[in-house]
Design a protein around this ligand. Structure first.
Ligand code: NAD
Length: 481
């Protein structure tokens, strides 16, 4: 047996340190441990937050102009681009996400840091024309303080870029907690933060378990801002934790996103988008288009195209660039999907394809691309966020029926519409309850365009120029002249 890699460290106050605890990280492709990771205890978290609090007041950080902060962020973006291969390989190793996807996403990560670098000196205050001849009044925008950023295991580099980028551009300091499931890419990224030249304590990167590390961090009295991405159940814990410090909190949560395909759509192009929308990252994506609503008249035809495409997906070693779908990140996730698919079949869903572990991959966490035909949203696979490669297909009679079924969910992260009828597309853009609507495309992403959800999918938006405001607070100034 090969020795486990043990060179990962927490990054606290500008130094690489071992945590008070440790754990083994599994390679999802083999199901075997491959590295020993440090785990931050409450004492480690306290040191990281105190370091961020001190850094928020040191001249090495506070005296930097916004333009200088922006340059640091752009340099970080360049370093991410220069080390993209190594970061992608680590993310693939630790989470099972295929190398094609991790490479592509890390290209975006570099872009996000450069984008927020460019925004740093565009945060402006304002002059307020008060009705008092002897007074001047204006608003200053100031950094909000110490930020606790928490990310889940999928897309950790990307999900931290939309938090670290605006936080640092605004002049905040940050403690970023990587997920305990697959922390390798973020712990490696810490070396790039160090190399970029941020003063010690401005960025701290830790990992550890939710109950000790996550709770201590989000409840800490020196934290003023919490930026959380994860599941709704954890979000409720986070909100309870912030009852302690009353930190300004944004939540990016799960989804059960609908994709609506009308009979007039280009079915081949819609099918490609549906397949990518649900099977990319093995379905472990917050915006996975997991509920497909299709107009009855083309249901059979679309299902046949989708089945053919799903059955051709090349499943295999996530490090192989030819692989199109890899394993699930954890065994727990695999067991959960098996259980929900079984419950859905028992509730009357019809198996179109898949519905079992993908064979021939040893103890790796592989599940076959699965399509289930369902009568409605009540079937468990159509109701719950599975975070796996399972598409629930439901027919609709007309536009009103499609809209009612699509909106029948407590989630509201994203929605897709495939139609050639522009007027219908506009009506659905107005009425779909979702934070993102993609028309005749799915999963398009850019640093310029915000994302975030309605309902149980979250609170607040990430990305885009306005997101930087969530890392500032205003100070109203009155001056007698
Ligand atoms: P999770 O909620 O289990 O964990 C997320 C993070 O919260 C982890 O770092 C975890 O350690 C931490 N945590 C756990 N308990 C905590 C506590 N009591 N206090 C503070 N922190 C705690 O989520 P997961 O299973 O890792 O990720 C999957 C979920 O994330 C899915 O629901 C998915 O939809 C969601 N997600 C949302 C987006 C988005 O942008 N909307 C993006 C990606 C993933």
């Amino acid at each position: 047996m090969t020795a486990l890699r043990d060179d990962f460290r927490l990054y606290i106050d500008g130094a690489f340190v071992t945590g008070g605890a440790s754990f083994e990280s599994l390679d999802p492709a083999s199901g075997q441990p491959w590295a020993v990771m440090p785990a931050a205890t409450a004492a480690d978290v306290n040191r990281a937050v105190e370091a961020a609090h001190r850094a928020f007041e040191v001249p090495e950080w506070t005296n930097l102009t916004a333009t200088q902060r922006g340059k640091l962020l752009s340099r970080l973006g360049d370093l991410v681009a220069a080390h993209a291969g190594e970061l992608a390989e680590l993310e693939t190793r630790d989470t099972g996400k295929i190398i094609r996807e991790t490479r592509a996403q890390i290209g975006y990560v570099a872009e996000y840091y450069r984008y927020f670098g460019g925004l740093a000196d565009k945060v402006e205050g304002s002059h307020l024309p008060v009705d008092k001849p002897d007074m001047e009044a204006w608003l200053r925008r100031e950094p909000i303080g110490v930020v606790a950023a928490i990310v889940p295991w999928n897309s950790q580099l990307f999900l931290s870029a939309v938090k670290l980028g605006p936080a640092l551009a605004a002049g905040c300091t940050v403690v970023l907690k990587a997920s305990e499931e697959g922390p390798a890419p973020l712990l490696a990224f810490a070396r790039l933060v160090h190399e970029a030249g941020f003063p010690p304590g401005v960025v701290n990167i830790i990992t550890g378990f939710g109950e000790e590390c996550g709770r201590t961090l989000t409840a800490h009295h020196l934290v003023s801002r919490v930026a959380f991405t994860g599941g709704p159940a954890t979000a409720r814990h986070v909100v309870r934790n912030t009852a302690e410090n009353l930190a300004y909190t944004t939540l990016e949560l799960g989804g059960k996103s609908p994709v609506l395909v009308f009979a007039d759509a280009d079915l081949e192009s819609a099918a490609n988008a549906v397949v990518a929308g649900i099977f990319a990252a093995s379905g472990q994506s917050c915006v996975a288009g997991s509920r497909l609503f299709v107009e009855e008249s083309v249901r059979g035809k679309l299902l046949a195209i989708l089945t053919d495409k799903a059955e051709r997906i090349r499943i295999g070693d996530p490090q192989d660039p030819a692989t199109e779908m890899g394993p699930l990140a954890t065994l727990r996730q695999l067991a959960h999907i098996e259980q929900v698919v079984a419950a859905s079949l028992a509730a009357g869903a019809e198996l179109v394809t898949g519905g079992q572990r993908a064979e021939g991959h040893g103890s790796g966490h592989y599940y076959a691309p699965t399509i289930l035909a369902c009568a409605g949203n009540e079937v468990p696979c159509a109701a719950e966020e599975l975070f796996g490669p399972v598409l629930s297909v439901i027919g609709f009679a007309d536009e009103a029926d499609a809209l009612a079924k699509a909106n029948d969910s407590p989630f509201g992260l994203a929605a897709g519409v495939f139609t050639r009828d522009l007027a219908r597309a506009h009506r659905l853009i107005r009425t779909l309850r979702a934070g993102i609507v993609w028309v005749n495309t799915y999963r398009a992403v850019s640093p310029i365009v915000p994302f975030g959800g309605y309902g149980l999918s979250g609170l607040g938006r990430e990305g885009g120029a306005e997101s930087i405001r969530d890392y500032t607070r205003t100070k109203s100034v009155w001056l007698r002249t």
